[in-house]
Write a protein that binds this ligand. Structure first.
Ligand SMILES: Nc1ncnc2c1ncn2[C@@H]1O[C@H](COP(=O)(O)OP(=O)(O)O)[C@@H](O)[C@H]1O
Ligand SMILES: [Mg+2]
Length: 231
């Protein structure tokens, strides 16, 4: 999309937790607009995603996002990406949705009426303007996922990372979130077991036991995944 750059590079990047390698040295360059990440539980998907936004820094090698090194230019690298956690409840911190969304705008030091206008704009963009003054803990799963999306997109990241965005949703809310995601101009990297969701993506990455086991067009990578799952 015009004006939105995407350039994510892994150079022999490795992730360890407490000395244990959970992601083997990885070389990868990503520039597609829709990228899916699949694999069995514990295969390293979330760790991979956390390396893109600098929540996990490489124990060896490096990761750059739009040219910013996640280890040495963490703030700039992190500003490139918005991250929607597996559990959207963890995304909304303040009790009232409007206040929570406004929190994301703090760094911009806007005047009060401008904050209000920006919050209203992002909520209406995701079709949840009517939820502005609702208590976040009262929102349904689908509403919460859209609220999490609004709270992340208000900071205008070029890259959106979603960790299992449709996992806890009923079919109706799933469709709402999928359609909303499909309408985004931003680059989306989605970790998902929802094969229907990612079948139309530009590129899929399959992780298995901490290694990139397949990388390419969805049909082929999903076939590989089915083989692994039934082994
Ligand atoms: N904070 C952590 N501390 C220690 N080990 C972790 C931590 N997070 C994940 N792991 C381990 O790293 C491996 C990969 O986990 P993860 O990236 O969450 O996989 P996935 O998202 O594919 O389920 C698993 O063995 C998991 O137990
Ligand atoms: Mg995970």
């Amino acid at each position: 999309m015009d004006g939105i750059r995407l350039d994510i590079r892994f150079e022999r990047a490795e992730a360890r937790y407490a000395g244990r390698t959970v992601l083997q040295p990885l070389d990868l360059a990503l520039s597609e607009r829709r990228i899916g990440v699949i694999g069995l539980n514990g295969s390293g998907k979330t760790t991979f995603a956390r390396m893109i936004n600098g929540l996990v820094t490489p124990a060896a090698g490096r990761v750059t996002v739009n040219g910013f090194d996640t280890a040495t230019e963490t703030e700039s690298a992190r500003r490139q990406t918005g991250f929607i956690f597996q559990n959207p409840q963890n995304q909304i911190i303040l009790p009232i949705l409007r206040e929570d969304i406004a929190l994301g705008l703090q760094a911009r030091k806007l005047a009060k009426p401008d904050v209000r206008a920006a919050v209203d704009a992002v909520l209406s963009r995701f079709g949840i303007g009517h939820l502005a003054d609702r208590r976040s803990h009262e929102l349904s799963g689908g509403e919460l996922q859209l609220a999490a999306l609004a709270s992340v997109m208000v900071t205008e990241p070029a890259i959106l990372i979603m960790d299992e965005p449709t996992n806890q949703l009923d079919l109706k809310n799933r469709r709402l979130v999928v359609e909303t995601m499909q309408g985004l101009n931003e680059t989306v990297i989605a970790i998902s077991h929802d094969l229907e969701l990612i079948a139309g993506f530009d590129r899929l990455l399959l992780f298995h036991e901490g290694r990139l086991a397949a990388d390419g067009a969805p049909a082929e990578v999903i076939r590989h995944y089915r083989d692994i799952a039934s082994a």
